[in-house]
Write a protein that binds this ligand. Structure first.
Ligand SMILES: [Fe+2]
Length: 390
């Protein structure tokens, strides 16, 4: 019987013994796990596991649901990836199920055409996570935004999170001023974030406008990968259907500063088409007591129609709440004739905690000193229907 406790190895046979039995050359060298493992974009049936090693390695995740142990090994075009950054996407998971996992990296010393030289394996400590479920009675997540490379800010905010009562950490974007390097991604954001979350809590990330800028912006998705392979996705979390959107840049593509290197307009059109399908056909969305959008720019971003099509879709679909950042200061607007949903913009030095049951969704916003800022309570109510969307 498998027990969930830190330090327990899921291995059946020690790595050194296995390695000695292999016909190829195996050096007595192991990779060191330098970052992670951490979980990104958990859903009710999938999650991305990411970690880094100091030396080229190939990777797998050993996973146990308590009854059976299986190993998930990625391949790209038929080859096992070898590198320093490891992404293993776990799919086919059962909803609402607790899994224990180990991130395992095996050193590749030299990639020769035949008989590559190998090394030994390193395993992370066993950690556990629980998949979301459409039928879980509560949804509970904490939200930060616009941390903008301020690690002291990240530390102050995440220290205030009640991790035991939090299903996930949502980051609403602009973790950076611009994206320059791998070391920056870890040093200014993921390292202090993972230290607070631990290896068993997932990060749900909505890209901010600053994250489309810089020499390393095109690599960012490799560090916050989603099982869907997209920066926008939806999650069924009990009473909450959460739509994480990418509002991309805050200026049109033809703005001179982008030197014709941005094509967010067709990207956003594809995202809108996805959203239309999502709210029109997803059974959990149709029946969820609360439909919540988490995105960086509360006005949907820089769009030719100033977001009119998105607002119309959100109104028609019965979105209850938009959670956004970008402005760096708190604001709240109740539903009105223009938008039929609550709009809450979180400040830069604030933490929001969202807690929802079938009947009530509560957003509690506090400062980085723990002082209350605002509490929003939304009772469950859906006058509109997601059918016949505009
Ligand atoms: Fe922003």
């Amino acid at each position: 019987m498998f027990a969930f406790c830190a330090g327990l190895s899921l291995s059946i046979m020690p790595a050194a013994v296995r390695a000695q039995a292999e016909p190829y050359k195996t050096f007595d060298t192991r990779p060191v796990i330098t970052e992670g493992p951490y979980l990104v974009a958990l859903s009710d049936n999938a999650v991305s596991v990411v970690w880094m090693t100091d030396a080229p390695s190939h990777a797998k995740v050993r996973l146990s649901n308590g009854a059976e142990v299986r190993e998930i090994e990625p391949q790209v075009d038929g080859l096992v990836p070898v590198g320093l950054r490891h992404v293993v996407t776990l799919t086919g998971l059962a909803p609402g199920t607790r899994y224990a996992y180990e991130a395992i990296a095996t050193r590749v010393v030299k990639l020769k055409p035949y008989w590559p030289d190998k090394g030994l394996s390193t395993s992370s400590p066993v950690a556990a996570f629980t998949t979301f479920s459409a039928s879980q009675p509560r949804a509970s997540f904490s939200v930060v935004t616009d941390t903008h490379e301020d690690t002291a800010r990240i530390g102050r905010l995440l220290k205030l999170v009640d991790w035991v009562g939090t299903d996930a950490l949502v980051h609403l974007g602009d973790a950076f001023n611009w994206v320059d390097s791998e070391e920056q991604i870890f040093g200014k954001w993921l390292r202090p974030t993972i230290a607070a979350m631990g290896p068993g809590r997932p990060l749900l990330y909505a890209r901010g406008n600053h994250e489309l800028r810089g020499a390393f912006a095109r690599q960012l998705s490799g560090y916050v990968p989603t099982p869907e392979g997209s920066f926008y996705y939806s999650r069924a979390i009990g009473p909450v259907h959460l739509l994480v959107l990418d509002t991309a840049e805050d200026k049109p593509d033809d703005t001179n500063v982008y030197a014709q290197l941005n094509r967010t307009q067709p990207y956003r059109e594809a995202e809108l088409a996805w959203l239309r399908t999502q709210v029109g056909s997803d059974p959990h969305f149709a029946h969820a007591p609360f439909r919540v959008v988490a995105m960086h720019q509360g006005d949907w971003g820089a769009l030719p129609d100033r977001g009119a099509a998105w607002t119309a879709l959100a109104n028609h679909a019965g979105i209850d709440l938009v959670l956004a950042g970008h402005q760096h200061v708190f604001s709240y607007e109740p539903p009105d004739k223009v938008h039929g949903y609550h709009q809450l913009t979180l400040g830069q030095d604030q933490l929001a905690h969202v807690d929802a049951t079938e009947r009530l969704l509560t957003v509690s916003v506090i400062t980085d000193q723990g002082a209350p800022v605002y509490t929003l309570k939304i009772p469950a109510s859906h006058p509109s229907s997601p059918e016949s969307l505009p």
